[in-house]
Write a protein that binds this ligand. Structure first.
Ligand SMILES: [Zn+2]
Length: 223
């Protein structure tokens, strides 16, 4: 029997619409089908601490967030790829076969104020990362067209570039229902395999994230 993860418990009960890093760990937020895709990818490209790279941390004090950006190469680099353009979420060619994952930490500077007068080290930053509400995004087509963006936008307000368009089904010539909506179940997946693999390795990544952000905050005299 499929265990009900905390995030789907929140989803079903609509208890708490906030989304936190801990909601997306342990492969808790992917559908059974994405789980198969994720395992294939992990077999080819390695786990999320190997198959992704942390490339930047963007600081936006005015909007009170910081955003970690990762890059992940396509699972099958020899095939043709497309990616989502933003903010319109249309498709464009992706000859590099690279997708960008975003993990945005909300209300960051409010949390930083809690530590006013204290010395901020990566340990304090990690505390903030753990308690903050987040938004995510991946530029892979699956994130939008397989319906994950719809659910994570609609239920948790958890997408950097939200959408109101769900995945759909259609009937083929034999009358069989085909499409991503039924293949993933109804709302049974909130993120793609790229985000899932990063979040599954977040215990590794949060050290790198905290170090990178601490240095940038110091460089800009925010701490
Ligand atoms: Zn993705």
């Amino acid at each position: 029997m499929k265990r009900i993860s905390s995030i789907f418990y929140k989803y079903i009960q609509k208890l708490d619409e906030d989304l936190k890093m801990s909601d997306l760990t342990r492969h808790a937020a992917i559908s059974d089908l994405t789980s198969e895709f994720m395992k294939t990818r992990r077999g080819i490209k390695g786990p999320g601490n190997v198959s992704a790279q942390l490339i930047d941390c963007v600081i936006n004090k005015e909007e009170n967030w910081v955003e970690f950006q990762y890059r992940s190469g396509a699972t099958h680099p020899d095939e043709e790829h497309s990616k989502l353009s933003t903010p319109d979420l249309g498709l464009k060619k992706n000859p590099s076969g690279v997708y960008i994952q975003r993990l945005r930490i909300l209300d960051f500077f409010d949390w930083l104020d809690v530590f006013e007068g204290e010395i901020i080290t990566p340990d304090e930053i990690k505390e903030i990362l753990d308690v903050s509400n987040i938004k995510v995004f991946c530029s892979c087509p699956s994130y939008q067209y397989q319906g994950f963006n719809y659910y994570i936008s609609d239920v948790f307000d958890g997408s950097v570039y939200p959408t109101s368009i769900p995945a759909t089904d259609r009937k083929n010539d034999n009358g069989t229902v085909i499409g991503w909506k039924s293949r993933h179940g109804s709302g049974d997946g909130l993120i793609c395999k790229h985000l899932d693999l990063i979040m599954a390795a977040i215990a590794f990544w949060r050290n790198n994230m905290a170090s990178m952000l601490t240095k940038k905050l110091k460089d800009r005299n925010y701490i």
